[in-house]
Structure formats: C-alpha cells, structure tokens
Design a protein around this ligand. Structure first.
Ligand code: NAD
Length: 242
C-alpha cells in the first residue's frame, strides 16, 4: 500500500482531521450528505448570533454537546494513536471540537477550533464546565451566566467571525512537515485548510482520505474515497502496528 510506504519514508508526518473522522462515532459532520448545515443555519455557530440571541445559541450548543459528550472514539481515532505511538505521525491538527482524539489516547493534538467540554465567560474569561452551563440552561431556559461577573458564558470553541487562536502554531508545524494525512475534511474552512496546502506547496506528500471530493484532490499525491475507519484500519494492518 502506497500510503504505508509514504508514512514510513516521512520524517515529520502530520494528520489533519475534520468532522468526517467522527461521523462513525455518530457525530454528524457539517457539509456531508447528512451534515448539520442541512438542518441548521451555519449562522447559529457565529459570534453575531451568540450576541443577538444567546438563549437560541445555547439551545443549539446544548443539543450538540449531548451528542458529543456521549460519543466514543472509533477505529480511525484509535489508528492515529498507534501511528503516533510508533512515531509515524508527530501531530494531529484537528478542526473538531469533540475531544475524541484525546479520549482515544492521542497526545500531540492541536484543537484548532477549541473544544466543547469547557466554556468561559465572554466578558471576564473565567471558566466553567459546559456540563454545568447546560444544567443551568435547562433549569432557566436562559443562556448561562458567569458566577463571578454575571457575563454571558459561551463554549470554548471558535465561532464563525472569530480568530483561530492556534493557527500560528499549526502553521509552524505544517512548515516542518513533509507529509500530511487528511482525514474526513471538506477542506473548505479557512484558515484551517491552509495546513495541508502548506505541506504540499513546500514539496511534502499529501494524502486525502474523504468520502466526497475536496478542492485539494487535484494537487494530492493520493486520494482515497472511502470511510476513514476502513482505510485507517487497513493502513495499520499493512504497517503491522499494534
Ligand atoms: P465538513 O463537514 O465540512 O467536512 C467533512 C467531510 O468528511 C465531508 O467532505 C464528508 O464527505 C467527509 N466524511 C464524512 N464521513 C466520513 C467518513 N466516515 N470517512 C471519511 N470521510 C467522511 O467538516 P470539516 O472539514 O471539519 O470543516 C468544517 C469545520 O468548520 C468544522 O470542523 C468545524 O470545526 C469548523 N467550524 C465550526 C464552527 C462551529 O460549529 N462552532 C465554527 C467555525 C468553524
């Protein structure tokens, strides 16, 4: 299998993951055939919607939290743990807010869009668990408030119209990398999608594992249109990793 050969040859391979790696853990993606944006307006994940309608915003996030909090890592997340433990990948840069890479046991994970398990006050930045915030929301039907200053709480995720705080570190890693394994991303959300592009443009290998076509397929070295768990399992078996 060519993917295994490339991973064995690479000195600094990274994985770049998107919502598609978690669909087999029953978390819907955004733009796939059953994606969240087919049912909800993407504006519900924006800063302006949070400011205009914090109660509606929390209703949306409470529903997402419940799905995510109960989800378990699947074979694709587990395969990435083996690749990291055997030194075949250095970092996982993920757009996902579901924490499933860490739950599976991956150590070097950059969560570009934050994670939904914690929340913080939009005014004074004091933290509280999202679980507590949601209990408060269900009790009052109002957006949860900060215990210190009374400001509005919000999940620790990057909303549309907000900067991606860890993008500089992720880009530095991409510049060091000579191979990027993309798993389950439509590669349409920037600046995150710059990561695989940087690796390819500076001469690295680009491998894309995604059910649907992506805008970077034409410059990729390998494109595999199959489910993440099936492909990752095959890679692990091929490399005889345990
Ligand atoms: P996406 O939904 O755009 O793309 C997921 C891709 O995965 C699709 O192309 C789909 O075909 C593919 N796929 C689905 N299941 C698969 C499987 N089992 N195996 C292989 N491929 C599969 O998600 P994305 O690329 O992650 O980009 C969207 C990003 O935007 C999100 O990750 C999200 O973090 C981010 N974003 C979210 C918010 C928010 O909700 N607060 C705000 C800003 C940005």
């Amino acid at each position: 299998m060519r993917v295994s050969r490339i991973l064995k040859r690479a000195n600094y391979a990274i994985a770049f993951t998107g919502a598609g790696i978690s669909t087999e853990s029953n978390i819907p993606d955004f733009r796939g055939s059953q994606g969240l944006w087919k049912k909800f307006d993407p504006r519900m994940a924006s800063r302006s919607y949070f400011k205009e309608n914090p109660d509606g915003f929390w209703d949306f996030y409470a529903k997402r939290y419940e799905v995510i909090a109960n989800a378990q890592p699947n074979d694709a997340h587990k395969a990435l743990v083996l690749l990291e433990n055997n030194n075949y990948i250095k970092y996982i840069i993920t757009q996902n807010i579901d924490r499933l890479h860490s739950k599976a046991g991956s150590k070097s994970v950059i969560e570009l869009h934050g994670n939904i398990l914690m929340s913080y006050c939009d005014s004074c930045f004091k933290e509280k668990s999202t679980e507590e915030c949601i209990k408060e929301f269900y009790k009052t039907k109002k957006a949860p408030k900060c215990d210190y200053c009374g400001g509005l709480m919000r999940p620790a995720v990057v909303l549309f119209e907000e900067p991606v705080k860890l993008i500089d570190i992720a880009m530095e890693i991409a510049y060091r990398s000579d191979c990027c394994l993309v798993i389950g991303s439509s590669l349409t959300v920037y600046p995150a999608a710059f990561i695989p592009e940087i690796v390819k443009r500076q001469g690295g290998d680009l491998i894309i594992i995604n059910i649907d076509p992506t805008p970077l397929d034409s410059i990729a070295d390998i494109v595999i249109r199959d489910k993440a768990s099936i492909v990752l399992k095959r890679i692990i078996e091929n490399m005889e990793l345990k």
